[in-house]
Design a protein around this ligand. Structure first.
Ligand SMILES: C[S@@+](CC[C@H](N)C(=O)[O-])C[C@H]1O[C@@H](n2cnc3c(N)ncnc32)[C@H](O)[C@@H]1O
Length: 359
């Protein structure tokens, strides 16, 4: 690997080695070091690409929320299949986009020339030279960032930005002065206002077990606290947004129905991919128990009776509603923020009708 930007690790056999568990491929290096327990095979690559299409639909094809018209350097932390980084690199051909991931396995074959994908562990202190990036992006890495690492991870991303004293620039962060940090994490929260989801539901059991299987190492609820952590790191004008996504195509509103349909496909796959190793190897569920749980959870995703009564607001205008939801996610109303964090909610069907109900 040509390593022009940092002292990240070179690819070697250790990093490439796979371990197969119940038919899915995992990176042995990550598993052995308890860094990340998701699969890194073609199935997962496809799912992450599908997930990117969902984000594009939800965010109206906006990849970058802060008002950066011509970014010159962008860093993507935990690039996965590279979908977000690829699109940024393609939309901004003069921008150098650098991605970091512990796994090289899902890297795209057809990366544009301005995209540089490198291998490194985000749990370790960053080795980039300071003051490098216009934007640092970090999306869906909660299952790989160690619980105790979060404050220093965010400090690593942003410390330089918060310096009020122009003469005292910390050398240890990676964003340029005046740069931006954009973060998105999923929050798997299994509940419903109307009590239609209970402890008996497979979806709740799945997410409870998934969180429990990782709890000693990872904080799967971090999405609710990104804003606080950014503020605690000394950032200014931090803004956060919690979004909820439909899990199935129940809506009569075209856009929401499309999101729901894609998210249904994504969630059905996610249930069996991200939790396979944690539940079978860390919680010691048998493969049969795991598959039975996933089957039941998938049935629930498709079960319309689990939705909140009245899936669309009875007194609201669905079109206005959709616009509200999407517009407020764009961040365009923030004229001069320094940082932007976004919490989002996925896979849980339990809350995703809430914003639509309350309008
Ligand atoms: C769920 S995927 C998300 C990928 C991408 N950010 C996206 O939103 O599509 C999580 C990715 O983060 C990577 N990852 C997790 N923990 C990591 C760590 N400590 N260091 C580097 N990469 C990590 C995984 O290898 C995986 O590719």
């Amino acid at each position: 690997m040509t390593n022009t930007e940092s002292d990240t690790e070179d690819l070697d056999g250790d990093l490439m080695e796979l371990v197969t568990v119940h038919g899915r491929d995992f990176q042995r290096y990550s598993i052995d070091r308890r860094i990340y327990f998701g699969p890194v095979d073609d199935d997962e690559m496809e799912r992450l690409e599908l997930q990117q299409r969902i984000f594009n639909l939800v965010f109206d094809d906006r990849l970058i929320f802060p008002p950066i018209s011509q970014p010159q350097k962008v860093l993507d932390c935990g690039f996965g299949c590279g979908a977000w980084a690829m699109e940024v690199a393609e939309q901004h051909p003069y921008c150098k986009v650098i991605g970091i991931d512990i796994s090289p396995h899902m890297r795209p074959d057809d990366a544009p020339e301005n995209l540089y994908l490198q291998v490194d562990d985000l749990n370790k202190s960053f080795t980039f030279q300071p003051n490098r990036f216009d934007l640092v992006h970090s999306r869906l890495v909660a299952s790989g960032i160690n619980r105790s690492r979060w404050p220093s991870y965010i400090r690593d991303l942003v410390r330089q930005v918060i310096c009020n004293d122009k003469n005292s620039v910390s050398p240890s962060s990676v964003t340029k002065r005046g740069g931006w940090v954009q973060m998105i994490e999923l929050y798997l929260n299994v509940q419903s206002d109307n009590g239609s989801i209970t402890d008996q539901n497979a979806l709740r059991q799945w997410s409870t077990k998934y969180k429990a299987a990782l709890d000693d190492l990872k904080d799967m609820t971090i999405g609710t606290r990104l804003g606080n952590l950014m503020t605690a790191a000394g950032l200014v004008e931090v803004d956060t947004k919690m979004m909820q996504l439909p899990l199935s195509a129940w809506s009569s509103v075209t856009n929401l129905r499309q999101v729901g349909e894609l998210n249904r496909q994504n969630s059905r796959r996610l249930l069996s991919s991200v939790a396979l190793y944690p539940l079978t190897q860390r919680l010691h569920m048998s493969r049969q128990e795991f598959e039975a749980l996933v089957d039941r959870a998938r049935e629930e995703i498709d079960d319309l009776s689990l939705k909140a009564p009245g899936t669309l607001p009875s007194d609201g205008n669905p079109e206005v509603l959709v616009e509200d939801v999407l517009d407020s996610s764009r961040g365009v109303r923030y004229s001069n923020p320094r940082q932007f964090a976004l919490g989002t909610e996925d896979v849980a069907p339990f809350l995703h009708f809430e914003p639509f109900r309350k309008i």
